[in-house]
Design a protein. Structure first.
Length: 393
């Protein structure tokens, strides 16, 4: 909920963002300028303590966003223009999905892909994508089946309830939890960051639904009088793009983009407030201070802060069950767009020690995936991207 105390100080200090200020392309340009002066995270250059080989699985990808490997070894890669690239038996093909109202602009388009919990039987996959137009757009969740060669027409199972008129900050990361519910992130819409603190807005949140798009009865705001709040799991987020489950400690781990600095790694708990835009270690792209607060009662500070920004994109958890690279066990692997490296962050030592791993992966890195064998796949970003596999010998 909005608190009068911080909100009044927020406005008094002229830190409240105005839609009359910098928008869309202006801020992105300033971000690019800032990135030129960004420096790397303080990390140990410690490679996995095991030899590995590097294999290119796919090439000439067009602005890919995420990928998943099926039980039979097939890879599915989403491209923001609505295509899914299929890698099967070392052959690469491309399928155009008939996504209802797909909106490809700014950071919008087809985003994440995850398998349903019973994929082996149902063959169902879940997509997140941007829908609408410049005047009114939103993140949606859709489901389709894949028979090995083609998809059925995707069916929308959930619409983020709050529309926006910016093509930025969709978040769009999805995660199947152990209870088979779906957790996904909804960004603050860039120009609407105040709404991250409003529980009845679905911007700047993580939302939890069932695999059929229903609202679980044990969500933290299920008793709120406004039904828009019922799906909210956590709030106070900016642009969360990393979402994994740590099976070793049974915790949800996320990361999100700050503005100019203030990228974060958090442990998510139902009902918690993660502070944006009231508390942040980042500043606006104009170098103005966003908020007078670095901490505030009742708001969670990040476990890891990256200032200057590394621009974390994808994230995967390398658990104790994965044996290919023992030195990576109980780490999260994080791809970055500004630092252009893959980092591992140790979740087990209490210090969140960070290392640069697999240096052969260079350039803007979009996503990372750990296979059932414990090998690591890395997806690059852009108009001529590729999917690489780092396989233990």
């Amino acid at each position: 909920m909005l608190k009068t105390t911080w909100l009044s100080q927020f406005k008094l200090n002229n830190f409240l963002y105005s839609s009359k200020g910098l928008r869309g392309k202006q801020c992105i340009s300033l971000f690019i300028l800032f990135a030129l002066f960004s420096f790397n995270v303080n990390a140990n250059n410690a490679l996995p303590k095991k030899q590995y080989t590097t294999q290119t699985l796919a090439t000439q990808l067009n602005s890919p966003w995420s990928m998943v490997q099926l039980p039979d070894g097939t890879w599915l890669i989403t491209e923001r223009d609505g295509h899914v690239v299929v890698i099967k038996n070392n052959e690469q093909s491309r399928i155009k999905l008939p996504l209802e109202g797909l909106y490809v602009a700014g950071q919008g388009g087809l985003l994440d892909i995850v398998l349903t919990p019973n994929f082996a039987k149902s063959k169902e996959v879940i997509f997140t994508y941007a829908q609408g137009n410049l005047d009114a757009n939103r993140l949606v969740i859709a489901k389709a089946t894949f028979n090995g060669t083609r998809f059925t027409t995707p069916t929308i199972i959930y619409n983020v309830a709050t529309d926006k008129d910016t093509p930025q900050h969709y978040s769009g990361r999805a995660l199947i939890l152990p209870d088979n519910t779906l957790l996904f992130s909804s960004g603050d819409g860039f120009d609407y960051r105040e709404q991250a603190q409003v529980v009845t807005s679905q911007l700047g949140k993580t939302l939890r639904i069932t695999a059929n798009g229903k609202t679980p009865k044990n969500n933290p705001f299920i008793d709120h009088k406004n039904p828009t709040a019922h799906a909210v799991y956590s709030y106070g987020h900016r642009n969360l793009q990393g979402l994994v489950y740590d099976y070793d400690t049974q915790q949800i781990v996320s990361h999100e983009h700050g503005p100019a600095g203030g990228d974060e790694l958090n442990y998510l708990t139902a009902g918690n407030n993660y502070g944006w835009p009231v508390i942040t270690n980042g500043d606006d792209y104009s170098q103005a201070r966003i908020s007078p607060f670095r901490d505030y009662p009742g708001m969670q500070k990040p476990s890891v802060d990256w200032t200057p920004s590394i621009a974390p994109s994808g994230m995967a958890y390398y658990g104790s069950k994965h044996a290919a690279f023992p030195s990576l066990q109980k780490h999260v692997l994080i791809t970055t767009l500004v630092d252009k490296k893959l980092y591992s962050v140790n979740l087990a030592n209490g210090k969140f020690t960070q290392s640069h791993v697999f240096p052969e992966a260079t350039g803007r890195l979009r996503d990372v995936f750990v296979t059932s064998q414990g090998n690591v796949a890395i997806l690059t970003d852009g108009k001529d991207a590729k999917l690489m596999l780092f396989k233990a010998n």
